[in-house]
Design a protein around this ligand. Structure first.
Ligand SMILES: Cc1ncc(C[n+]2csc(CCOP(=O)(O)OP(=O)(O)O)c2C)c(N)n1
Length: 595
């Protein structure tokens, strides 16, 4: 890639963050995949001659690796989705005390509207909790600029900096004027200083005081930061907006006065006061929680906010049209908030497991047993939908294992089966499995090992044998981890082979000991190869019992009173053939679909 020769380029927010890291002279980038943040690190890895990039097993590890790199003097970014920050919160809270040496920016992508997340969490709370600054870009240019600014703030104040993106900023594109990579001398190496880097209470208490001094210093400069700016217009209405909400405000109320906030916390109090003094009334437009709004009120400034701007879900020009007025600026606090949503009016397309997905075999097999299934987050969460309906709970990554143990210890009468994916197992499943073995649990854990992190777009993980940079490496064994944890009953099955899979599950759920079953078959999408030839239905043999429909395969259709296979969709996994007692499913090239 000839970075220097390009003057400008159309970049997504995530691509711009990666570009910003390269321009800022970042030499280490770590993370764990999670929509909408995933592409940041994938784009950063395109600069692999300059930036070492890795998928870490989870976000906590990613942040700790980043912290080590920073303490050695390197500039570093670490990437994750909002729930990933919960996993990384432990190191982050104390890294705030220790501080940074090389600039460290934690790039967190929130998902207002829960497009691909189990909750809707506002990362700005973490900045306050950890007493560290947070920047929020409104477009791709700011995404790039704020990485550069974040590095400066981080190094000047010795603090980790959070960059909060959202789905809309991460995944929409804008033209970015490209810069050169900063010329920086190589990281100077770690300089020992226990009073600075070892927060035992003796050294930690002075660090605690320094955190407050640091906050005061940042407060003194945040109002004059280029990240925050007043755009004076019609003074009858002043809108304070941040992140993507700023774009919607500019579109809907082009003539209004706007205070655009990009350095969100510590709050730019002086600027907020100056702005409020210059307008007749103030409206705060922010996505998710009323963090700014409450602060503006705490300054003694009357304002409107969540009384008219939705607090739940993603904002959009449509959803703000009521509060702001389509033709701009006719804000009235009494106007109703429309309940419109981007997907309104579109036909519902419930998510389903892909045709030939190996996870289907496990859910179909589990349908034969009266068990409780504690599921997890990954493609297999789709086993919750009919006709499979074999996922009873989901909490967070890893909980599929630990919740099974909890239910069993609470005396659940039915056998409890926990399901996690391979990436999830390495992320946070191993300690749950260890708990089961250590505390003499009796649940059955199934790791659906499709050899990839499928749900977020097929990233590598410690079990795949490859790194993010495309190098060959170890392939961690789930069975070996199970044995090391102390699980005595371990079996490996091919989930496409339904009958043997059912028999292994039967053995496990009838036993009064814990079991680890590894259901291994690669994801056909990541292999870019179907497992077999498409099937067809021989109508002469089909008895229309509809047992095959229980697989929930999108390729099997009930049309005109007949079972049919949509050969364009069929991946040839042959699970239908294995469930059909009449032998009606046959390889398409050698059978007839119609009678
Ligand atoms: C703490 C956290 N980090 C990241 C994610 C995003 N995410 C959802 S599922 C998943 C892993 C999916 O991979 P795997 O467990 O192998 O299951 P697969 O989708 O391949 O079936 C990830 C990274 C998340 N939900 N929570």
């Amino acid at each position: 890639m000839s970075q220097a020769s390009q003057a400008s380029s159309l970049l997504s927010g995530n691509e711009a963050i990666a570009r910003g890291a390269w321009e800022a002279g970042v030499t280490v980038a770590t993370g764990y995949p999670g929509t909408p943040s995933t592409e940041i690190l994938e784009f950063a890895s395109r600069y692999k001659e300059d930036i070492y990039c890795e998928w870490s097993p989870n976000e906590k590890v990613a942040l700790e690796v980043a912290a080590g790199a920073s303490l050695s003097g390197a500039r570093v970014i670490v990437t994750m989705k909002h729930v990933g920050l919960n996993v990384a919160a432990d190191p982050l809270m104390t890294l705030s005390y220790i501080g940074t040496v090389g600039g460290l920016v934690v790039c967190v992508a929130d998902d207002p509207g829960m497009h691909s997340s189990q909750n809707e969490q506002d990362t700005r709370h973490y900045a306050r909790l950890g007493k560290m600054p947070i920047l929020e870009p409104a477009d791709s240019t700011q995404a790039r600029d704020f990485i550069l600014l974040g590095m400066e703030i981080s190094e000047k104040h010795s603090t980790p900096v959070i960059l909060r993106s959202t789905t809309r900023v991460s995944h929409s594109s804008g033209v970015v004027t490209l810069g050169e990579r900063a010329r920086r001398s190589p990281p100077g190496g770690f300089v020992k200083d226990s009073t600075r880097f070892v927060p035992i209470p003796l050294y930690g208490r002075p660090m605690r005081v320094k955190v407050e001094e640091r906050l005061a210093a940042m407060k003194a400069e945040v109002s004059s930061s280029p990240a925050n700016a007043i755009e004076w217009g019609d003074r009858s209405l002043g809108i304070i907006a941040e992140g993507i909400a700023y774009q919607y405000v500019r579109e809907l109320a082009p003539q209004a006065s706007v205070l655009r906030i990009g350095w969100v916390w510590p709050f730019p109090d002086d600027l907020i006061r100056e702005f409020a003094a210059g307008v007749k009334k103030v409206l705060v437009v922010e996505e998710l929680d009323p963090i700014l709004e409450e602060h503006v009120r705490s300054l003694g400034i009357a304002c409107e906010g969540k009384a008219v701007v939705p607090a739940i879900g993603e904002l959009s020009p449509d959803r703000l049209a009521g509060p702001l007025g389509r033709d701009g600026g006719r804000f009235s606090a009494s106007q109703a908030v429309p309940g419109s949503d981007a997907s309104e009016g579109l036909p519902a397309r419930p998510p389903v497991l892909c045709p030939a997905c190996p996870h289907r075999g496990i859910f179909y097999a589990l349908g034969k047993f009266d068990v409780v299934v504690t599921g997890d987050i990954g493609c297999y969460s789709l086993g919750v939908f009919p006709p499979l309906k074999r996922v009873d709970t989901i909490l967070c990554m890893g909980a599929g294992i630990s919740m099974a143990h909890g239910m069993q210890k609470a005396g659940e009468k039915r056998k409890v089966v926990g399901i996690v994916g391979d990436s999830t197992f390495f992320h946070s499943g191993i300690t749950g499995l260890l708990d089961i073995a250590y505390n003499k649990g009796a649940s059955t854990i199934i790791v659906v090992d499709n050899r990839t992190t499928a749900m977020t777009g097929h990233q590598e993980h410690p079990g795949t044998g490859r790194t993010l940079l495309g190098e060959e490496t170890i392939s961690a064994s789930i069975e070996t981890f199970g044995r090391a944890c102390g699980i005595r009953n371990i079996a490996t099955v091919d989930p496409y082979d339904i009958t043997p899979t059912v028999e292994v599950i039967r053995k496990a759920v009838e036993s009064d000991e814990s079991w680890l079953i590894v259901a291994r078959s690669p994801c056909p999408l990541s292999m870019k190869k179907n497992p077999g030839e498409p099937r067809r239905v021989n109508q002469e043999l089909c008895r229309k019992c509809k047992l095959c429909l229980k697989l929930g395969c999108p390729a099997i259709e009930w049309v005109n009173d007949e079972i049919r296979v949509n050969e364009l969709l069929c991946g040839g996994c042959a699970m239908c053939e294995k469930t059909c007692k009449e032998g009606a499913f046959q390889v398409a090239s050698g059978a007839c679909n119609e009678s």
